[in-house]
Design a protein around this ligand. Structure first.
Ligand code: FAD
Length: 524
């Protein structure tokens, strides 16, 4: 059983480790880490480091209640489960503490054209059978006049459209093993939950504002930060979780920012929670709007809503007005305005500073990837954990991987905008006509010709995700894979059986609301 969270006794008082003194540390080991910022990025970092660095290193986090956090960020993708599992966090405890719900994918409304919707499910479409991917059979039956939708072959969608949820089966013979899931949760509550986890494992929190940063005159390495009240906090390694301002990585080290606004033009968001309108859906909804798109994220106690838009085509006040008119339930708060520039920090690790969270860049929330990128930088930091020599090769490898990961996600996000057929507003006309990165153009072109999905090293989104968006937005291949014509499989019958099996399982599955009530109901 995964262990419940909560404060653990200090390491020295655990009977099994009491008699085993810590090994003599390497003379150049990291003795102290200072995390600047206590949003989701700061506390995820503190929790992971507190668990991984069991001795010979102090972990301190400084944050300012007066400055506060971004306070949005509620939808995730399946790898978040691995993060929680690595920390031994029990799913029920976590969902109860964060007002969390389950997420099977994202429904995209009006993205391809007005009045059209499709689903990006977590997990594959059906299962691989014969030698050719399932969607190739679907393409052939479609050309022969079969009217079934690709999504009808997704277990995640079969459940989601009925507002049902259950955990995937472990038996690979079951269709219930062919989907994946993630969570929606209140990111502020998640940070609070991880704070208690990290403090229970020895991390220390300091309240206050960092006023200045001191660097070594020769190397430029950060040596300490000075608080506005005069306290000086020094460390060997600094993790910059200070949000968009990038207090250390940019403010002190001037690392530079690569601006991707020409590909991902939205640069503003307005967020506003609302009361539930019906039970929480087990999926996020993204609706394309005149100057961007609107999110709808169901939590247990409320629905999170926001309008992400491009300031070139929409005034802030008008965006807030449109969002409040389009809420499905009563508004529960005032509109909250946010500004950002899509892109990435040129280096995520510079000297002895590692940027995690919004300080490392922001790609916009369309596919819920920011919390994942926090997790990805934490994993890389642990995999490449330095000593005080800060080997440049280690830093270069970290930056190589983080650059590639971010560019792959960037391409996937641009795909949604580029493949629109809408021409009813300036934003969509711009997106349909814009130049795109060659790496993305290649993927679109290959798919258009034979329906082939080109997977690239470090793609976060696997071929089924690319398939969902390309088919969902009408990049319909001109032909199917020629290998198919050398196979004698009766695809129409097989696909029909698969759809029937999925529909039957979805019929038997419990409602999402019932699972939450039984499994992990949060306090009102
Ligand atoms: P912040 O939350 O801004 O935290 C910064 C911290 O630094 C705060 O604690 C602050 O007090 C501290 N700080 C700053 N300056 C100082 C100082 N001088 N002294 C002391 N402390 C300081 N992500 C997802 O995965 N899914 C989503 O659905 C999603 N939706 C989003 C929607 C929008 C509109 C936006 C803008 C973001 C969204 N995100 C989403 C991203 C997500 O919100 C962030 O990735 C996440 O919250 C991490 O933020 P952070 O901790 O890096 O920064």
């Amino acid at each position: 059983m995964p262990q419940a969270t909560g404060p653990r006794p200090p390491l020295a008082f655990q009977p099994n480790v009491f008699s085993v003194p810590p090994m003599n540390p390497h003379p150049r080991h990291i003795r102290s880490v200072l995390i600047v910022g206590g949003g989701s990025a700061g506390w995820m970092t503190a929790a992971a480091l507190a668990q991984a660095l069991q001795c010979n290193c102090t972990i301190t986090l400084v944050e300012s209640e007066e400055i506060g956090t971004v306070g949005v960020g509620e939808a995730t993708i399946p790898p978040i489960r691995l993060f929680n599992e690595t920390l031994d966090i029990d799913e029920r405890d976590f969902l109860r503490a964060t007002q969390g719900t389950f997420k099977l994918g994202i429904e995209f409304v009006d993205w391809a054209r007005l009045g059209h919707r499709y689903f990006h499910p977590f997990g594959p479409f059906g299962r691989d059978f014969d030698m050719v991917p399932l969607h190739q059979y679907w393409l052939r039956t479609r050309a022969d006049g079969d009217g079934s939708a690709l999504c009808d072959h997704s277990m995640a969608w079969s459940l989601a459209r009925e507002n049902k949820f259950l955990h995937p089966a472990s038996d690979p013979r079951s269709v219930l093993s062919t989907f994946d899931y993630a969570y929606h949760f209140d990111a502020g509550l998640y940070a609070r939950f991880l704070r208690s986890y990290a403090e229970g494992r020895g991390a220390t929190r300091i309240e206050g504002k960092v006023g200045s940063v001191q660097q070594n005159g020769e190397s430029g390495f950060v040596e300490s930060v000075t608080m506005e009240d005069g306290r000086i906090l020094s460390a060997d390694l600094f993790v910059d979780c200070s949000g968009f301002r990038g207090l250390l990585i940019e403010g002190a080290l001037n690392t530079g920012y690569e601006d991707w606004t020409h590909w991902l033009p939205c640069d503003r968001a307005v967020a506003m929670p609302s009361a539930h309108h019906g039970g929480p859906t087990p999926y996020t909804r993204s609706t394309a709007r005149e100057a961007g798109w609107q999110w709808c994220i169901p939590l247990q106690h409320r629905t999170g809503n926001g309008y992400v838009y491009c300031s070139q085509f929409m005034e802030d006040a008008r965006a807030a007005e449109l969002l409040s008119q389009r809420l499905e339930g009563a508004a529960l708060g005032e509109p909250r305005h946010l500004r950002f520039v899509t892109g990435r920090r040129k280096l995520n690790w510079n000297r002895n500073v590692v940027a995690v969270g919004l300080s490392s860049g922001f790609l916009e929330p369309l596919e819920s990837t920011s919390i994942h990128l926090i997790q990805a930088n934490i994993s890389k930091l642990l995999a490449l954990f330095p000593d005080r020599d800060f080997d440049p090769a280690t830093i270069a490898e970290f930056n190589r991987v983080s650059t590639t990961e971010t560019e792959r996600i960037r391409d996937f996000l641009i795909l949604h905008y580029k493949l629109t057929m809408r021409d009813d507003s300036e934003l969509w006309r711009y997106c349909a006509a814009m130049e795109i990165p060659d790496t993305l153009a290649l993927k679109i072109e290959h798919f258009r010709r034979h329906g082939r999905l080109i997977a690239r090293e470090m793609d976060l989104f696997a071929p089924p995700s690319w398939l969902a968006v390309q088919i969902g937005q009408f990049n319909i291949p001109e032909g199917h894979d020629p290998l198919l014509d050398h196979r004698g499989t009766d695809a129409r019958e097989w696909l029909g059986k698969l759809r029937a099996a999925m529909a039957a399982e979805a019929e038997r599955a419990p409602l999402h609301r019932e699972v939450l009530e039984r499994h992990c109901q949060a306090a009102a």
